[in-house]
Design a protein. Structure first.
Length: 199
């Protein structure tokens, strides 16, 4: 029997290790952009960030990003933990990456009830509310995991109370603490333990 808790995953930096390719694509158009300033953009919604760096050429970000995603594959340990969690909880993904890129990456990992990418809506607050309405989910039933303080701020605006930051993604521990998460974990194994502690 499944728990009444729902787990919502951020995608980039949580499920997919995509920081290097995302930064690489951004540098195609803005070669003076630094990794530090790029990461700082995730203190808010990345869609709203306006870099002052000169654009040397126009780049279709999601095409270039999607092409590079073909070189990535999901970590076997993450995959196993997601599959286990799917037997106990309803799982969702809310992301600033387009849904078709996410689905191609996940391939046969059919564990998610729904995936809301950037093509659906750029605001994660609105995407959270879309899930609430479509699936009759209460914000208090959600455990949200992300690697950015900006996502945490949007989750709190949507009245989500249990927010977990995970290290190893787009932002470090110092940056994650800006979002005042419920907890910060080092990896998926620690997240699995956290979920069952709060179950």
């Amino acid at each position: 029997m499944k728990s009444n808790k729902v787990i919502i995953f951020d995608f980039d930096g949580v499920i997919a290790d995509s920081l290097a390719i995302a930064f690489e694509v951004n540098q195609l158009s803005r070669p003076t952009l630094t990794l530090e300033r790029y990461k700082a953009g995730f203190d808010g919604n990345i869609n709203d960030v306006k870099y002052e760096d000169k654009v040397v050429r126009e780049v279709d970000f999601f095409k270039e990003f999607g092409d590079r995603f073909a070189t990535l594959s999901i970590d076997p340990e993450k995959k196993k933990i997601i599959q286990t969690l799917a037997t106990e909880f309803k799982l969702f993904i809310i992301s600033s990456t387009n849904g078709d890129i996410i689905r191609k990456y996940l391939q046969k990992l059919d564990c998610f009830t729904d995936i809301l990418g950037n093509e659906v809506q750029s605001s994660k607050v609105k995407k959270f509310n879309m899930l609430f309405n479509k699936y009759n989910i209460k914000p208090t039933d959600i455990i949200f995991i992300t690697d950015s303080s900006g996502d945490m701020k949007e989750a709190k605006e949507a009245n989500i109370q249990t927010i977990v930051g995970i290290l190893g993604g787009y932002q470090n521990e110092e940056s994650l603490k800006k979002g005042n998460p419920t907890a910060i974990v080092e990896n998926f194994s620690q997240f699995y333990d956290f979920v069952h502690f709060y179950k």
